[in-house]
Design a binder for this molecule. Structure first.
Ligand code: PRX
Length: 635
């Protein structure tokens, strides 16, 4: 029996039991047999959820790029590591072998070194889905710099906040990006962001769209000539197991985005091991995850997990609707994709289109379908299963988070019987708990509660950059000795988990985590706005959409409402990015508040969802009269 590759349900239960009875022995064996280390660890695990402090493989020395690249060279040097599928289907796909990728990473690593980037320095990466993005992550890891990728759909304001929060000294970007028929001026966004980022000394620019851009003298350089001049080999920096590998920002329910810090060894072991099993990856597979590397899914399951297994991973630059709604299936057919991993929101959007878009392609290469980022509703699950998988490819509904680093609750395909809307069973080593209102664990089945994890797993984020107190308060203070996920879940009669959604003020829109507070702050900065509150409501493609309740200042009262709506959304686009735009904006004279001044979002949520049958007792509100007014004018 190989603990590394689980093939039967019996085996899953056996390995699971082993992994929770003696986690140290279990993970030690996985780490020992499947990775290369410069020095072995002194201690497998030490942890304290009170401090909180978690250390895996302490004392070990390694470089993750030696595991993702160098060790494959003797056996897989000419194997394709990355298939780059460009936005425009007429542009040829590019196959990058492990040897070529190794060389490209080394060259870029040398360019970073030449520009004074050292171990521990932070480098911000703001790039579209082109090979240089993966190369940039690995180049940072090669020299021990900490990468902080910012999704290239974020605005200049969101970018500068993230650059400053972690004091990045360099930005790697491109002239522009292609998305469908559009070319986006990325460098312009970076230029604007850097007006507020005095710490950034160098900007390296990849040429992609060929658009005319401003190059700031002494700061900005084209990357290509530097890469050509750079030496093609670069000695890997030897890292401690617990040295930070990257920072990735995620929204919180309040305040600034949280820079989740992931460290080296545990993250590597866990993403590689989950990748192998959750996708039942075998040597000649062609794996495609449609996420952007700007999100955790791309970090763990486009770059690190697949490459650590010597896999071929597809990077797609475009969008599912260009040149038409058959693009995903065209790419699956063209590259004979075996595992396909996407988000429910994409499935729902494609399910609305004509079936011909799917049926005209040969999808027989597919073996495993994945879903991530938000709950997948029953209808979307069946559409995916019937039309894409032809009922032959199990769907893995994978639940996890930026903070967890890797997949946590999931079926293992061909092992765990799947069921629509269920993420099914905890992955190996994961010990979930459901908690009630009194902070007691709810045992047994057919129960529902708040989802916590009782024991550390190797890829858990270790802190929030620059704010360890916030890390403790957000994740470890609600329930003693447990990591709190922020999600609700139910456990059915057979022990399967279904994630029921966020229980805090984070709203998942099209699979993107959005905190209400930063959006409200952005709206409130509009000169005509006095106050606002955002809630989510069900949307048939995006899962959730945003509904804003806005109180105008006296000066705003005379303004045209439609124009104001446009301006508010424009403001959100500039402050955060287009993903945070509101679908509905209702102008109100007041917001329902408790006597202590807290907005009663529960009531607003019900109104936004057009479900006002049971609003509960509103008489104790500070201003019960506004509820009727808001209901009468609901959109
Ligand atoms: O609410 C859960 C939802 O997405 C949140 C995490 O978002 P993020 O950190 O951006 O990471 C997304 C990709 C891993 C979770 O707290 N979520 C993620 N996957 C699922 C899900 N909800 C239901 N089912 C899932 N499979």
């Amino acid at each position: 029996m190989s603990n590394y590759h689980i093939k039967h349900l019996e085996e899953y239960f056996q390995v699971y039991r082993k992994s929770v009875r003696n986690p140290e022995a279990f993970w030690e064996e996985i780490a020992e047999e499947h990775f290369v280390w410069r020095k072995r660890w002194d201690n497998v695990l030490s942890w304290d959820f009170k401090k909180p402090e978690i250390k895996w493989f302490e004392g070990a020395k390694l470089n993750i790029t030696e595991n993702c690249l160098d060790r494959h060279l003797p056996t897989r040097g000419s194997k394709t590591a990355i298939i780059f599928e460009p936005n425009n289907p007429k542009e040829e796909a590019v196959h990058i072998t492990y040897r070529q990728l190794h060389e490209r990473v080394c060259r870029m690593a040398n360019v970073l070194l030449d520009h004074g980037v050292k171990k521990g320095d932070r480098v911000c990466i703001y790039l579209p889905m082109i090979p240089e993005l993966a190369v940039a992550l690995l180049a940072c890891a090669r020299i021990g710099a900490i990468h902080s990728v910012v999704f290239a759909g974020f605005s200049s304001n969101a970018l500068s906040t993230r650059i400053n929060d972690s004091d990045c000294k360099m930005v790697i970007t491109s002239d522009g990006s292609f998305r469908g028929t559009k070319a986006i001026d990325l460098k312009g966004i970076v230029d604007k962001a850097l007006e507020d980022c005095p710490g950034v000394k160098n900007v390296l620019v990849v040429k992609r769209t060929g658009t005319e851009i401003h190059m700031e003298k002494g700061r900005d350089k084209w990357l290509k000539p530097l890469l050509e001049d750079a030496y093609a080999d670069c000695v890997a920096e030897i890292m401690d197991a617990e040295d930070p590998l990257f920072i990735l920002y995620t929204s919180g329910s309040t305040g600034t985005p949280k820079g989740m810090v992931h460290t080296t060894a545990g993250y590597m072991v866990y993403t590689a091991y989950t990748f192998k099993n959750v996708f039942q990856y075998t040597e000649n597979d062609i794996y495609w995850c449609t996420a952007d590397i700007g999100w955790i899914t791309g970090h763990s399951y486009i770059v690190y997990g697949p490459l650590a297994n010597g896999a071929t991973t597809v990077m797609f630059e475009g969008v599912p609707s260009y040149p038409d709604f058959g693009r995903f299936w065209d790419v699956v057919q063209k590259h004979k994709v075996t595992q396909f991993y996407t988000a429910p929101t994409a499935i729902r959007a494609l399910a609305k289109e004509n079936l011909d878009y799917v049926e005209k392609y040969d999808l027989s290469s597919l073996k495993v379908l994945g879903s991530v980022g938000e709950p997948i509703n029953e209808e979307a699950w069946h559409w995916y299963n019937n039309n894409v998988g032809k009922k032959n490819s199990p769907i893995v509904d994978t639940w996890w988070q930026t903070e967890t680093g890797g997949i946590m609750i999931t079926p293992i395909p061909y092992v765990t019987p799947t069921a629509p809307t269920y993420a099914t069973l905890p992955f190996i080593g994961i010990q979930p708990a459901l908690m009630d209102e009194n902070a007691n664990e709810i045992k047994g089945n057919q129960v529902e509660g708040r989802l916590c994890i009782k024991f550390p797993w190797p890829a858990i984020a270790r802190t929030i950059w620059g704010n360890h107190d916030r890390y403790r308060d957000t994740y470890f203070s609600a329930y003693e000795d447990k990591y709190f996920t922020g999600d609700g879940a139910l456990r059915d009669a057979v022990g399967y988990y279904r994630i029921t959604g966020r229980v805090d003020d984070v709203i998942i829109v099209s699979g993107h985590n959005l905190g209400t507070a930063p959006i409200e702050d952005s709206i409130n900065e509009h000169p005509a706005v006095a106050e606002s509150a955002i809630v989510g409501f069900t949307h048939d493609v995006k899962g959730n959409a945003l509904y804003g309740f806005v109180i105008l200042k006296e000066t705003g009262e005379s303004r045209d409402r439609e124009n104001l709506r446009k301006e508010i959304n424009q403001q959100i686009t500039e402050h955060i990015g287009p993903i945070a735009k509101l679908d509905k904006i209702q102008f109100v004279s007041g917001l329902p508040k408790t006597r202590s001044g807290k907005i009663m979002r529960r009531i607003l949520r019900k109104i936004a969802s057009n479900d006002t049958s049971n609003l509960g007792d509103t008489s104790t509100l500070l201003n019960p009269e506004v509820v009727q007014e808001i209901m009468d004018n609901a959109l």
